[in-house]
Ligand binder design. Sequence first.
Ligand code: FES
Length: 131
Amino acid sequence: MPGQNAHKTVDQATVPVRYVMEDPESLGMTQHEIETRGSAGENLLDIALDHGIEVEHACGGVCACSTCHVYVTEGMEHLSEAEEDEEDRVEEAPGLQANSRLSCQCRIMGDGPIVVKIPAWNRNAVKEAPH
Ligand code: FES
């Protein structure tokens, strides 16, 4: 289940991952940026949830929605490459860009640093139709 972190020790989490929120209030937060550390094999959704960043994840992280859409603004080469399933899904996300990824599908493969931007409409993507 995303958000559970009991298997990981602090020592393994050495890869710097910075989350930048376009609209922290929509995520119930006040900070615009949070510095975290992840470990090899972890995905960007789980790391966010472990640090209290409530990225939407309607399907529970199985690549069956596009609500966990983020922009990887730095360190794409330190993440697993998008597979066909992810590419098909992410095309459904509003605000698609060249650096769009589904955070539940991006596993850490390198040493970082990685910077992830969470779009302002992340929280509302499920509940409201796009304007
Ligand atoms: S949580 Fe549904 S695709 Fe990532």
